[in-house]
Write a protein that binds this ligand. Structure first.
Ligand code: G6P
Length: 609
């Protein structure tokens, strides 16, 4: 949540900062601002999107400003407004600061600062940092003043700060909110993630928690909070700018849905040993002996990633016969979870930065439990702090509602299932068959994507309904949850996912002619049971949209609309059944005029609790 950026070089900083902020906008988009330094400090900030800020600016006015910081906000303390927008400044207008995170002891500091005569103008937790910094910076250089300030604040932060008393410099710090520095030729770009850096340079350093950074146009120095110099390693980003452009699609979400044949392939490429049915996941760093000792696997995640974990529970328990639990990271971290020898924790996170998931990882690690990470963003905090893991290689996901990352997570979880199952009970013949099924998935996804127009027609019929129910059984139950989540996230229609048979214990009371019910009714061992549940809905005049297996004519007797998917084995089926649900949510949201890529109140990377 919130994106921050800083630039020093020879370009128009206002242009670089606002372009970079657009790349970071998925992190928060209720207000934005920049501060530039060329002698005096210039601050421009505004409630609304980056585009609203840009409209108020004439970039040629800032040609000589080649240094600055910027922020795009997702409000935590204080409503979205001009005054609560970042950057925040000190009383004299000499220091400007942007912050991503939460300062927990801000009210105590605020009281102390007010008593000392500081004027605090916003309702944010952030503003106290800049006033505390003002106090120390009276006597001390900026970097030392920031270090002293940070020793007084409790909470999480990614911070960038500039001061007219020390021109030509940005000082930054991190604790719990991501920060990377792009190191260019005569220019430096500091940002919350690589998407804002990549068009300037591929060389980056990752800032760790507890580190401070002093940046000039031709160099940087990193310190810890004890003022000791920290050596950093330059790393290279291995993706390019095209992957974060829309490439002709109306929205990033649609582009990402259509990328799935390729991203699923990227998730299994080089990891499938078809002949033996084994999976190669070297990054797990698990020996055969360690695998044999696993007594329980605990998946921990939030949001869509949590749904991927639930699918993992169905898969691993059925095929590898290892007990699995799936925990919400936010619950796990505070309920003193029971962890034992023989437990393996697997955290799942697209961004690799979700605060609750990271805290859960640290809790498990501190108890001596091995933690693996399934992440997308290379070099993210979760990827770096896990004992081992697997990258899903989905490429940058910009749409706030996760789509391609979900199917890539499932692909990796299928591979993990195979790796475990082949060391337990699964024969090589079964393994070979399942792997071949997986390899066929990308072309089958392509086929489902051809139904996009049909799904749009269905969306047109139901776009104004106020409630939806999504039902599935077995491994399709988590897919139903994900379908409902997609719809509510981007179209603001209330939607519930339920195990189909549980419907009788409550949701059935809601069914009438105004209630569309989406059934995942593929041909598997629970197919007939699901058909019975459909009849129960039909008997109460509910409207049925069914996701069914190609060739299943019978289903047309019960469903008002049928979206067919190719017939596949259960182990890979969620990779197909979720695609029509993503498209349904997308088309409904577009038809309702919703902002699909940046739904209200949400943020892609939730780096606060
Ligand atoms: C936010 C996003 C979701 C995402 C969840 C977990 O809520 O809007 O799309 O599933 O965070 O994010 P993660 O990066 O940890 O997978």
């Amino acid at each position: 949540m919130c994106g921050i950026i800083g630039y020093i070089g020879d370009k128009n900083a206002a242009e670089v900062l606002t372009t970079g902020l657009k790349r970071l906008e998925y992190r928060g988009y209720d207000s934005a601002g920049i501060a530039l330094l060329d002698g005096d400090l210039v601050v421009k900030k505004k409630k609304g999107k980056i585009a609203d800020l840009v409209k108020t600016m004439n970039f040629s006015d800032y040609e000589h400003h080649t240094l600055g910081i910027g922020h795009t906000r997702w409000a935590t303390h204080g409503e979205p407004s001009d005054v609560n927008s970042h950057p925040h400044t000190d009383c004299k207008g000499e220091i400007a600061l942007v912050h991503n995170g939460i300062i927990e002891n801000f009210s105590i500091i605020k009281r102390m600062l007010t008593e000392r005569g500081h004027t605090i103008v916003s309702d944010t937790d952030t503003e106290v940092i800049v006033h505390l910094l003002e106090y120390y910076h009276e006597e001390l250089p900026l970097v030392e003043a920031l270090r002293r300030t940070l020793l007084k604040v409790e909470g999480t932060y990614g911070i960038a700060v500039i001061s007219s008393k020390e021109p030509g410099k940005i000082v930054a710090a991190r604790n719990g909110s991501p920060l990377i520095l792009g190191v260019g030729d005569g220019e430096m770009v500091l940002a919350s993630d690589a998407s804002a850096v990549i068009e300037h340079t591929r060389q980056v350093i990752y800032i760790e928690d507890g580190e401070l950074l002093e940046i000039t146009s031709d160099g940087f120095q990193t310190y810890d909070l004890d003022n000791q110099i920290v050596d950093k390693k330059l790393e290279e980003i291995d993706w390019d700018i095209e992957s974060i452009e829309k490439q002709g699609f109306d929205h990033f979400m649609l582009k990402e849905i259509f990328e799935q044949p390729e991203t699923i392939t990227n998730a299994f490429r080089g990891r499938v040993l078809t002949e033996t049915g084994h999976a190669r996941l070297d990054g797990l760093r698990l020996s055969d002996e360690e695998i044999q000792k696993i007594k329980r696997i605990i998946f921990i995640a939030c949001g869509t990633s949590w749904h991927a974990g639930l699918i993992g529970e169905y898969l691993i328990e059925e095929y590898a016969r290892i007990p699995v639990e799936v925990e919400y990271a936010s619950e796990f971290r505070y309920r003193s979870p029971i962890l034992d020898e023989g437990d393996l924790v697997v955290v799942i996170s697209q961004s690799g930065e979700t605060a609750d998931t990271l805290a859960a990882l640290r809790e498990a690690s501190s108890r001596g439990i091995k933690v693996l990470g399934i992440t997308n963003v290379v070099g993210s905090t979760i990827a770096r702090e896990s004992d081992g893991g697997v990258y899903i290689h989905a490429g940058p996901e910009i749409g706030v509602a996760s789509t391609k990352a979900f199917t890539s997570q499932i692909t990796v979880i299928i591979l993990l299932t195979m790796l475990l199952a082949r060391r337990k009970y699964m024969t090589s013949e079964e393994g070979r068959i399942y792997m071949e099924t997986l390899l066929a998935i990308p072309s089958q996804v392509n086929k489902i994507l051809e139904s996009s127009d049909l799904i749009k027609n269905i969306a047109e019929i139901y776009k104004n309904h106020r409630n939806f129910l999504y039902l599935g059984r077995g491994i399709q139950f988590p897919v139903a949850l994900e379908g409902a989540l997609k719809l509510k996230e981007i179209s603001y229609i209330h939607a519930e996912g339920y195990p189909a048979a549980e419907m009788k214990h409550g949701p059935i009371a809601l069914i009438d002619e105004n209630m569309p019910v989406v059934f995942i009714a593929t041909r598997d061992e629970v197919y007939q049971k699901v058909v019975s549940n459909m009849q129960e809905v039909k008997a109460r005049n509910g409207k049925i949209i069914a996701i069914a297996t190609e060739g299943d004519q019978e289903i047309e007797n019960y469903a008002d609309h049928v979206i067919y998917i190719p017939e596949v084995r259960k182990i890979v089926s969620p990779l197909l059944t979720v695609i029509p649900l993503q498209l349904l949510a997308y088309h409904i949201a577009v038809l309702r005029g919703c902002h699909v890529d940046q739904p209200r109140n949400l943020a892609k990377s939730v780096t606060v609790e």
